[in-house]
Ligand binder design. Sequence first.
Ligand SMILES: [Zn+2]
Length: 173
Amino acid sequence: MPDDPWKVHLIRSPRRTQTYSARLVGDVLEVRVPAGLGLDRERQIIDQLVAKLRARVARSQRLGDADLMKRAQGLNLRYFDGKLRINSVRFVTNQHSRFGSCTSGTADIRLSDRLIRMPLWVQDYVLVHELAHLAEPNHSPRFWEMVHRYKLAERAIGYLMASGMNEGIEAPD
Ligand SMILES: [Zn+2]
C-alpha cells in the first residue's frame, strides 16, 4: 500500500512454533512469524496485520479530527467572534514542508500530521493562521493583524521554522 506511513519488517523466528505477533517500532511494523510457514501464509498474515493497523490508525485519526474541529470552533469564538464558517478540519499525511492549507471557497482546513507531535499552542497557531485565511486568503497586513490576536503567534512561527516548516507560513510542498 503506497499510502501506508509504515514499512513492514518480517522476522522469521525459529523459536516460535505457533504464534505470530506484530508491533509498531517508529515507522516500522515488525512482524514475527514462525520460520517455515511458506510465503503465501506469510503474505496472508502480513495483510491481516496491516489491515488491522490501518483500521486502528483511521480510528485514532477520526478521533483527532473531531477534537480538531472542536478546537477550531473554540478559536473561532475567541479570536473571530465566532463569525467564520468552517466546513472541515482534518490532519493529512501528504503535507510535509507545509504545515497546513485552507481552501477558502469550501472552508476546508488541512493540517500536516507532523503537527500531531508538536505542542498544542503551536497547533493552535496553525489553526488560527488557517482560520484567518477564511476571512483573508492572502498574507496581507490585515491577515497578520488577525493572526497576531493569538499572543503566541511569533513564538509558534519560530518553532515551526526551527522544525524546518518554512517561514511559519505555507509554501508549496
Ligand atoms: Zn498562510
